[in-house]
Design a protein around this ligand. Structure first.
Ligand code: DCP
Ligand code: MN
Length: 501
């Protein structure tokens, strides 16, 4: 089990362009306070490849403004890579104790402000990828152009590719978004109002992406998708640090019990309300309820572990185990972790596998064998298997699903694992769907609808009729790759890390 053993411990990783670094007097200040190391961009690439934090010394840039200039220009590694970013590792003494927001992301607090002032209030933080040789200006143009294309196709701008690798992103605006996320969670979960939840989610994620701290609601004037009532709420949050409407909601005892129940894996609004109406108020009460189905039982059994997010280093190891066993059992199998892991996130809520076999036949029975072997080696501990046979429902093919819990040998926590096995013709659709994120999926499904298709994780089905009478065929348009699916929808291909909407 790999560990994060860098000393002093790393709490933040931020990226900055070298030009900004060269001209910044504050770079020296930060170095003097010895809270920052400036590293070449390859450090994070290698760390991600290796699944652990690499020792920083070989990647270090000497941080006096004049020396930075020298090490940037005289670096023996590709100047192109160096030219796109220098990483700063901000360590504990200044950052103070780590705080987690509701999504388990670190809050950057005052230190974030120091850094944002260093890299520029209005400037978007940029991170490049190794091997790119275009200039910063060219890249900006290209990203802007891609944004335009997507705006045209999807009615919104995708986040720049550079925003996606979460290890480098910390929100500077959790003073606002913490409350908006809480509203999202309440509306989505407890109050079962998906539309309102989506509004708060969109606004909160947009504000989380800003590279400056919002101190006045007028700074958000140009941001799309913020309605008048959300604006009023943000003003109140900025003025008072809280939101009365949220406090009133949270003070409602029923709401807090429902929230607690729905934090259990497998319990949705319906069961939570039912349990509340039966007089249950605590998780201990729930454990006594014999009518609970298997999934919420597991949810209760592994409650504390499931709440913990999976650090990326561990997810890398989890993927190795499952893919390794799948390949051993079925040479040539297509198996990979999707979801937030494939989108490059620093931590994942669970780990989602999508599997298929190119021979068109071996997918049958594969899941049962794989789960049996993973159980034998004491990787999988508990779970549920389900087979949704098709195509009784239009356009639904045989897809096997496993939802359960697993643990690496010697690891502290059990982790949630989902495995989906698709027949090869549906594989790219499964991959696209389970890579997400959910907002991106919603957008491409809307786009498909406009173009006369129904898109789901089984295929792309031409539709006939209109409005209430709309019906989709049972034969999918064949697509061999995710790229082909997006092409059929007339939109440019997006790498998984560009799908963090
Ligand atoms: N209501 C949903 C739920 C899921 N998905 C798709 C998109 C998700 O990205 C993917 C995997 O679902 P997860 O809930 O596991 O979400 P993520 O993997 O994206 O995030 P997390 O880190 O929380 O697991 O399935 C979706 O489109 N709509
Ligand atoms: Mn997931």
């Amino acid at each position: 089990m790999p560990t994060l053993s860098l000393e002093p411990p790393v709490t933040h990783v931020l990226a900055s362009g070298p030009d900004r670094l060269r001209s910044s007097a504050k770079a020296e200040d930060l170095e003097r306070h010895s809270c920052v190391m400036f590293l070449r961009y390859e450090w994070i690439e290698d760390s991600l490849k290796e699944g652990k934090l690499m020792p920083p010394d070989p990647y270090r840039l000497i941080v006096h403004n004049t020396s930075i200039e020298k090490s940037l220009t005289s670096s023996t590694t590709t100047t192109a890579t160096v030219a796109v970013g220098c990483l700063q590792m901000l360590i504990a003494p200044i950052a103070g104790p780590q705080k987690l927001n509701h999504k388990g992301k670190e809050e950057s607090g005052a230190l974030g402000e120091v850094v944002s002032s260093m890299i520029g209030k209005e400037g978007k933080q940029k991170k490049g990828r190794g091997g790119e040789s275009d200039s910063e200006e060219e890249r900006t143009k290209e990203e802007d152009c891609r944004g335009d294309i997507l705006t045209r196709y999807l009615g919104t701008t995708a986040p720049a590719a550079a925003d996606a690798l979460e290890p480098c992103s910390t929100s500077l605006n959790t003073h606002i978004t913490r409350i908006l996320w809480e509203l999202h969670d309440l509306y989505e979960g407890v109050l079962d109002d998906g539309n309102r939840a989506l509004i708060y989610r969109k606004v909160a994620s947009e504000i989380d992406k800003l590279s400056y701290k919002v101190t006045s609601a007028s700074q958000l004037d140009k941001m799309e998708g913020i309605g008048q009532s959300t604006r009023v709420k943000i003003k109140e949050i900025l003025r008072t640090g809280k939101l009365e409407m949220l406090e009133v909601l949270l003070a409602n005892p029923k709401v807090s019990v429902l929230q607690l129940f729905m934090s259990v894996w497998g319990i949705g609004p319906k069961t939570a309300t039912e349990m509340y109406n039966r007089g249950y108020r605590t998780l201990e009460d729930l454990k006594r309820e014999s009518s609970l189905e298997r999934m919420p039982r597991l949810g209760l059994k592994y409650y504390a572990d499931i709440l913990q997010r999976i650090p990326r280093v561990e997810a890398v190891e989890l993927e190795k185990v499952v893919v390794g066993v799948a390949k051993e059992l079925y040479p040539g199998v297509l198996a990979q972790a999707t979801g937030s892991f494939r989108r490059g996130k620093a931590s994942c809520g669970d780990i989602d596998f999508v599997i298929s076999h190119p021979d068109g036949n071996s997918h049958r029975g594969l899941l049962a064998k794989l789960v049996a072997r993973l159980t034998d080696i004491q990787f999988i501990s508990d779970g549920l298997q389900d087979r949704s046979r098709g195509p009784q429902a239009p356009g639904h093919y045989e897809v096997d699903t496993y939802m359960g819990l697993c643990k690496l040998q010697g690891a502290r926590h059990y982790r949630r694992i989902d495995i989906k096995v698709y027949p090869i013709r549906a594989h790219p659709f499964g991959l696209l769907h389970f890579t997400g994120n959910d907002i991106f999926n919603r957008r491409i499904r809307e786009l498909a609808k406009k173009k006369g298709y129904k898109l789901n994780d089984h295929g792309l089905f031409p539709t006939v009729g209109e409005g209430q009478n709309i019906r989709s065929g049972t034969e999918s348009i064949p697509c061999a790759t995710e790229r082909e699916i997006l092409e059929k929808l007339g939109m440019p291909y997006l790498e998984p890390h560009e799908r963090n909407w």
